[in-house]
Ligand binder design. Structure first.
Ligand code: MLT
Length: 388
C-alpha cells in the first residue's frame, strides 16, 4: 500500500475544524462565558415555510406505495432542474436541462469536478481564498499558482496574459472578502480564459446577496462564458440549506466532452440528492419561496450593516457586507490574524475567522459573518465598542 503523500502538503486540519477545536477548548475552560459565533458562514434562520411544506408533502409521498421513490436520477429530478433553468432566465441565461446537475452543495462539486482534469494542469487561485479550492488540488498533487488579492486591487484580482493557467477559480461575491466582480471585470476574465484555453471554475454560492445590476449573478451572463466556464451554486446560503444539502452545477454543452464526462462521473460516483430535499429545493424557486428566502437574506443583510456601522464607528478598516454576508476587516493595532482571533475570544468571547486561514494575503485580516442572530450580532458589536 502506498498512501497519497500529497496529504502531507495540507495544513494539519481544515480551517473551520481548527477554529471549532479552539472555541470548544475555550468553552470548556470558561463555562460561565457566553460565546458569540460569527466565524463559519453557517446560517441560523430556519428553513422557510414553502420549503418545509414541500418536504412534508414529499415525506408523505415516500410513505405510500404508489408514490414511493427509490434511486433518483444522478443528475437530479427534472422538476428541480426545470426550476433552476427558469431561475437563470431571470438573468437572461438560457440553459439546456442537460447542462444542469443537482448536487449536495457547491463544496462537494468544487472538489469532485477535478476528476475531469488531468493532474498536469496548472491551477490559478486568488489569495486569500476559500480553502477548498487549494486543498482539493493539493490532494491530487496539482501545481497551484496564486494571484494576489489585496487592498490595491480591492480584493478582485484578474490574471493578465503573462500568467499561464489551465484552471482558474473565482468566487464572486467572494468568500472570504465579500468583494464582487462587475460585468466589465468578468468579461476580461472570460477573454483571458478563451485566449488561454483555460476553464473558469466559478463559485456563485453567494449570488443571492447581490444588490447591484452591474454585478452578474452568473458567469453565463457574460458573452463567451459558455465556452470556458463551469458554475457552482448552492442553496446553503440562499435558502438556509447548510444542513439540508442541495446545490447545482452548470456544465455547458459548449465545453465539448466535459459535459458528458461529468455525466459519466456522476452516474458512477454519485447517487443523487434525496427526493425529499429536491422537493424542498424546488419550493425555493416558487414565487412564495423566493419571497420567504428574501426575508431571511434581508435579515442577514441588516446584521451586516450593524457590523459595518460598528467597525466604522471604531475606525476599523473593512470591506464587504454589501453583496455578501461576509465582512472583511483589518485587525486593529496591527495584530496578526490568529493573534486577533485569540484576543477577541478571550476579551469579548466573539468568534471570527482569521484571514490568514484563507492564505498568505489574508494575514492581518479577519472575517466576520452576518449569519448570526440579530440579538447576538448586536451584542457582539457592543462588545467590540467596549474593546476598541
Ligand atoms: C465559510 O464559512 O467559509 C463557509 O461556511 C464554508 C462553506 O460554505 O463550506
Amino acid at each position: 500500500m502506498k498512501r497519497n503523500a500529497n496529504y502531507d502538503n495540507l495544513e494539519q486540519s481544515y480551517l473551520f475544524s481548527t477554529i471549532a477545536k479552539k472555541v470548544n477548548e475555550f468553552a470548556q475552560n470558561n463555562p460561565d462565558k457566553k460565546i458569540i459565533r460569527l466565524g463559519i458562514g453557517d446560517v441560523t434562520k430556519p428553513l422557510c415555510p414553502a420549503v418545509i411544506n414541500a418536504m412534508h408533502k414529499a415525506v408523505d409521498e415516500m410513505s405510500v406505495q404508489e408514490t414511493f421513490r427509490g434511486y433518483g436520477p444522478e443528475q437530479g429530478y427534472d422538476f428541480l432542474r426545470t426550476a433552476v433553468q427558469n431561475y437563470y432566465k431571470n438573468y437572461n441565461v438560457d440553459l439546456e436541462l442537460d447542462e444542469i446537475f443537482i448536487s449536495d452543495g457547491a463544496k462537494s462539486d468544487l472538489g469532485n469536478i477535478l476528476d475531469l482534469f488531468d493532474n498536469d494542469n496548472t491551477v490559478l487561485v486568488p489569495n486569500p481564498v476559500y480553502p477548498v479550492y487549494v486543498d482539493t488540488n493539493l490532494m491530487a498533487g496539482r501545481n497551484v499558482k496564486f494571484i494576489d488579492a489585496n487592498e490595491e486591487n480591492e480584493f478582485l484580482p484578474l490574471p493578465d496574459n503573462s500568467v499561464k493557467a489551465d484552471l482558474i477559480y473565482i468566487c464572486s461575491p467572494n468568500n472570504p472578502t465579500g468583494a464582487a466582480y462587475n460585468r466589465k471585470q468578468l468579461a476580461e476574465l472570460v477573454k483571458y480564459a478563451l485566449n488561454n484555453n483555460a476553464i473558469i471554475l466559478y463559485d456563485a454560492a453567494y449570488e443571492a446577496f447581490i444588490e447591484d445590476n452591474d454585478i452578474p449573478h452568473s458567469i453565463f451572463e457574460i458573452d463567451g462564458a459558455r465556452n470556458c466556464a463551469i458554475e457552482f451554486c448552492s442553496l446553503s446560503k440562499t435558502a438556509g440549506f447548510t444542513g439540508t444539502r442541495c446545490g447545482y452545477t452548470i456544465v455547458p454543452n459548449a465545453l465539448g466532452k466535459l459535459n458528458k464526462m461529468w455525466v459519466r462521473r456522476q452516474t458512477t460516483k454519485f447517487n443523487g440528492v434525496p427526493y425529499i430535499v429536491q422537493r424542498g429545493a424546488e419550493a425555493v424557486f416558487t414565487k412564495e419561496g423566493m419571497k420567504e428566502i428574501r426575508v431571511n437574506i434581508d435579515y442577514y443583510k441588516k446584521n451586516a450593516k450593524i457590523i459595518s456601522d460598528t467597525l466604522k464607528e471604531c475606525g476599523i478598516w473593512h470591506v464587504g457586507g454589501k453583496h455578501s454576508p461576509y465582512i472583511w476587516l483589518k485587525c486593529p493595532n496591527n495584530m496578526k490574524s490568529w493573534e486577533f482571533f485569540d484576543y477577541l475570544l478571550k476579551n469579548a468571547q466573539v468568534v471570527g475567522t482569521p484571514g490568514a486561514g484563507f492564505g498568505r494575503n489574508g494575514e492581518g485580516f479577519f472575517r466576520l459573518t452576518s449569519f448570526g442572530s440579530y440579538e447576538n450580532t448586536l451584542e457582539a458589536m457592543e462588545r467590540f465598542k467596549q474593546l476598541f
